[in-house]
Design a protein around this ligand. Structure first.
Ligand code: NCD
Ligand code: ZN
Length: 352
């Protein structure tokens, strides 16, 4: 007779942090800020606004707008990423180093993704700036894709790693580098093999889906994000990395809202809006991989450890409970189709 252990029906973990999120600006903050603060204590807020958040002064003003949108019964500690440009000065880097609400600089190759036009045109030309960042302990957060039209979109992450990240991590061994939203086995292998100042965030969609979910049976615009979903073998490598217990891989949702009209159109914007169900999506993926015991490290410990920040001291509880992700969310007179819209979820964060 075999004795089976009942599967858990509730899971309490240290409160997680989201190390990569797009909160946008203006009225939308009234929707995005509570959605993220529901689960996460800290969040790394991406700077790809128009105009971009390029220095500590702009970041302080943006952070203030975010905090003004926080409901009075919630706590939240946004950490701002500054937008790296070809013209970022040493003074700007040093000011960032002094400001504890600033987490580091985000490198967007110009033209790689939403609002990246002001990004870096020559990565090689950034060496002097990276040197100052290393010297002052300021992390580099990277959107790792090349943009040359002749490079296939499915190869852009790997080419970026080979061409730029291998040299950067060798040349600057003390520079903290986070390869954001990794999508390939190549990226997971690179990060695992690199020195211990190199880490990666992983989104829910890249663990839960592969490019079939984007393209088989029609084009599923709400599963379209950048870097684009890859083939199943890459998805499996990311699942393995996320559930490996390695402190180099941690949670970053890349929740990136675009209004419905800008997704459901001939040239739909890139971005999956996952904030409303983020921790539940990760729980679902980890449960399916029989790795719920690895969720807390990934979601709540490793990112804080990497950034030399204290781990959160309070907890959240997830209940095993079947429900459906919202089909549509509204704010003001606009609506958004969230990632996983209408689909079943097996876990739900308990609200007090
Ligand atoms: C992000 C956005 O919409 O700002 N989109 C996305 O597909 N991930 C930008 C980004 O992180 O690349
Ligand atoms: Zn992003």
């Amino acid at each position: 007779m075999s004795v089976s252990t009942p599967s858990p029906t509730s899971l309490t973990i240290t409160r997680p942090d989201d190390w990569h999120v797009h909160l946008r600006d203006g009225d939308m903050l009234g929707m995005t800020v509570p959605a993220t603060a529901r689960t996460f204590h800290r969040a790394v807020v991406m700077p790809n606004l128009v105009p971009p958040v390029t220095n500590v002064e702009l970041a302080a003003q943006y952070r203030q707008r975010i905090m003004s949108a926080l409901p009075s019964d919630m706590t939240f500690d946004p950490r701002m990423a500054l937008y790296l440009t070809q013209d970022t000065t040493a003074e700007t880097v040093m000011a960032a180093a002094q400001d504890e609400t600033v987490i580091g600089f985000k490198l967007y190759p110009a033209g790689a993704t939403t609002n990246s036009a002001a990004g870096v045109r020559s990565v090689e030309g950034m060496a002097a700036t990276l040197e100052v960042m290393q010297e002052h302990g300021v992390p580099l957060l990277v959107h790792g894709e090349v943009t040359e039209p002749e490079i296939d979109i499915f190869d852009r992450e790997k080419v970026f790693i080979d061409r730029y990240l291998v040299p950067i991590t060798e040349q600057f061994p003390r520079l903290k580098v986070v390869l954001e939203h990794i999508t390939t086995k190549d990226a997971a292998d690179f990060v695992a093999a690199a020195h211990d100042q190199v880490a990666a965030t992983i989104t829910p969609q890249h663990i839960l889906m592969n490019r079939n979910d984007l393209l088989v049976g029609g084009v599923y615009v709400h599963n379209y994000c950048l870097p684009v979903l890859k083939r199943r073998t890459h998805q499996e490598a990311l699942q393995k990395a996320a559930t490996s217990g390695s402190p180099k891989f941690f949670l970053g949702t890349d929740s990136a809202p675009h209004v419905r009209e800008k997704k459901e159109t001939a040239c739909g914007c890139a971005g999956c809006f996952s904030a409303f169900t983020a921790i539940e999506l990760y729980a679902q993926a980890f449960a399916e991989l029989d790795a719920l015991d690895k969720l807390e490290g990934f979601a709540s410990h490793f990112g804080a450890d990497f950034y030399d920040l204290p781990r959160n001291t309070d907890t959240i509880t997830l209940q095993k409970y079947t429900w459906n992700a919202p089909e549509l969310v509204h704010h003001g007179d606009q609506s958004w189709v969230p990632y996983w819209a209408g689909r079943e979820l097996m876990w739900q964060q308990q609200t007090l």
